[in-house]
Write a protein that binds this ligand. Structure first.
Ligand SMILES: [Zn+2]
Length: 169
């Protein structure tokens, strides 16, 4: 039994993703309702067949503090899909400060982008304009949901309507 289950809060907002085992337990303990079953899989026991959970919804609303995505090197790479934001290649990556640190640039979501070492070297202590580099996409602070969406690998089609995005698989 593998695979992941999307967990929604009582108000249908996405909370997290859990294992199939955990989802079964939550439903079994009546802490969550099964909203969507996996359309391709079932769980067979000796005597019964159970639907394989794909989306469950927690019965009692869980107060969640604002959850931002932690600013780390890996998370910036993930946000940028592991591609240099200047030339688009996917190897030899590092982080680049748009406004160089020497010019007061901070380490923030909006000032850090994934860059290959060649572009990083070209940029050096220059600003974008000075270095003659153009960003493929302006950097942004990812929302938790976007982060979930981007980092689950292939998203199950049963999740799409709850995450408000087209399914990958
Ligand atoms: Zn590059």
């Amino acid at each position: 039994m593998s695979g992941k289950v999307l967990v929604l809060n009582q108000d249908y907002s996405p909370l997290t993703v859990c294992t199939v085992q955990r989802a079964f337990l939550l439903v079994f303990l009546e802490k969550a309702d099964l909203l969507e079953a996996d359309q391709n899989e079932e769980l067979h026991t000796v005597s019964t067949t159970y639907p394989m959970p794909a989306v469950i919804k927690i019965k009692n609303y869980i107060q969640v503090p604002y959850r931002g995505v932690v600013l780390t090197r890996q998370n910036i790479f993930k946000r940028d899909h592991g591609l240099c934001q200047y030339c688009g290649i996917d190897g030899d990556l590092t982080l680049d400060h748009l406004v160089p640190r020497s010019k007061g640039g901070k380490s923030t979501w909006n000032n850090l982008v994934t860059a290959c070492k060649a572009c990083n070297a070209k940029k050096g202590n220059y600003t974008l304009e000075e270095a003659g580099l153009v960003l493929k996409r302006p950097p942004f602070k990812p929302s938790y949901i976007m982060f979930l969406r981007n980092n689950l690998g292939a998203m199950k089609k049963e999740w799409a309507s709850y995450l408000n995005a087209p399914a990958v698989a």
